[in-house]
Design a protein around this ligand. Structure first.
Ligand code: SPD
Length: 360
């Protein structure tokens, strides 16, 4: 759907904390534990409206459910009290898939932007930081990765990055939402190019079901490139999911999981680290990178290894600079290098203090 930047979005109302689903039934809205404070003080959570474009600006805020109040907005429960805005030149696409609202717009400062359920997933300008880090942090931490699984990642950017590793023979991807793939192919060719690699096998469906069918020990590395844990990705930060991941990894295999912002989500990071320390018997570390268009401007990565040959995440054993042709494969690498890799594990003192699980 195309339109001008001034046009707002249709709202789908919810009542009593329950969201209407496509078939008219309702299911409970779940809010991660780190957001309970926001929930307690925000009755507006009952509204589930996305992709607010007001006066030519997109913001990660949503209209209030109170119909008597015109133009009153509240922030996303994942980041109470703040909202980043981008100036919109043109809305290029907006539709609702079976799972979420999908919006693409041309911004004046960051190129094209992909938004799911009102939350920025990537922009053309800074996507390199996220896709390169979430991919090369794990793949450069093990020798000669061969079988890799991507959970989510329907835009194709992580596939593009995995393809730099010539040791890789198989790249499975399990993405739940076909619309994300189609939209990426149409509007983000620099990312969707990842799907063109002959090693890629696409599975459209639920990752938890996919992992249950996966033979034990199949993968050397699994990359979880999910959206935030509200909506379809909620289960991807919970114990049963991490258990299925660990089962699907070979001994000494590695997971890299998107792990939110250290400025906003230390509770969530603490929970994920505690669960993963328990499940993965090898090393478990937290790294981060700067991504200006994500809330608070940073994003974190949880790295876990299963029991087996020890993995030292901080010092890449498989440095990208030594991989033949990797730096220029299909397009020049923009953000990641071995120095950034090592530095990504340096954590501010407040994070070390607040996230108990990082002290061990
Ligand atoms: N807060 C937004 C986090 C989005 C993480 N997923 C991005 C998908 C890019 N491949």
């Amino acid at each position: 759907m195309e339109g001008d930047a001034e046009r707002g979005s249709e709202c789908q109302r919810t009542t009593g904390g329950r969201a209407s689903s496509d078939n008219g039934s309702s299911k409970a809205l779940s809010v991660p534990s780190c957001c309970l404070k926001a929930r307690a003080s925000a009755p507006e959570l009952d509204a589930k409206c996305h992709s607010t474009v007001v006066s030519g600006w997109f913001s990660e805020i949503q209209p209030s459910s109170d119909e008597s109040l015109n133009e009153v907005y509240f922030n996303n429960p994942m980041w109470p009290g703040e909202s980043h805005s981008l100036k919109v030149e043109k809305i290029l696409f907006k539709d609702k898939s079976k799972y979420q609202e999908v919006l693409v717009f041309q911004s004046s400062a960051y190129g094209r932007v992909l938004v799911l359920d009102g939350i920025v997933q990537l922009t053309e300008k800074d996507e390199c930081a996220y896709q390169e880090m979430i991919t090369h942090l794990p793949l450069c931490s093990i020798e000669s990765p061969q079988n890799v699984l991507v959970v989510g990642g329907g835009d194709g950017g992580v596939l593009r990055e995995i393809a730099r590793h010539s040791s890789v023979k198989l790249i499975d991807i399990c993405e739940i939402d076909q619309m994300v793939i189609d939209v990426s192919k149409k509007f983000f060719p620099e990312l969707a190019i990842g799907f063109e690699d002959p090693r890629v096998h696409l599975h459209v469906g639920d990752a938890i079901e996919f992992l249950k069918q996966t033979p034990e020990g199949k993968y050397d590395a699994i990359i979880v490139d999910s959206s935030d844990p509200v909506g379809p990705a909620q289960e991807l930060v919970e114990r049963p999911f991490f258990e299925t991941i660990a089962r699907a990894l070979r001994p000494g295999g590695v997971l890299c999981n998107m792990a939110e912002s250290m400025w906003l989500h230390t509770h969530l990071i603490q929970d994920m680290l505690t669960i993963c320390r328990d499940i993965f018997k090898g090393s478990v570390r937290y790294a981060w990178a700067s991504v200006p268009t994500y809330p608070s401007g940073v994003i974190g990565f949880l790295l876990c290894a299963t029991e087996g040959p020890p993995v030292d995440f901080v010092h890449p054993i498989n440095p990208i600079e030594k991989l033949d042709g990797a730096l220029d494969y299909r397009r020049e690498i923009k953000f990641y290098n071995s120095e950034i890799h090592r530095a990504a594990f340096a954590l501010p003192s407040f994070v070390r203090r607040e996230v108990e699980a990082l002290r061990g």
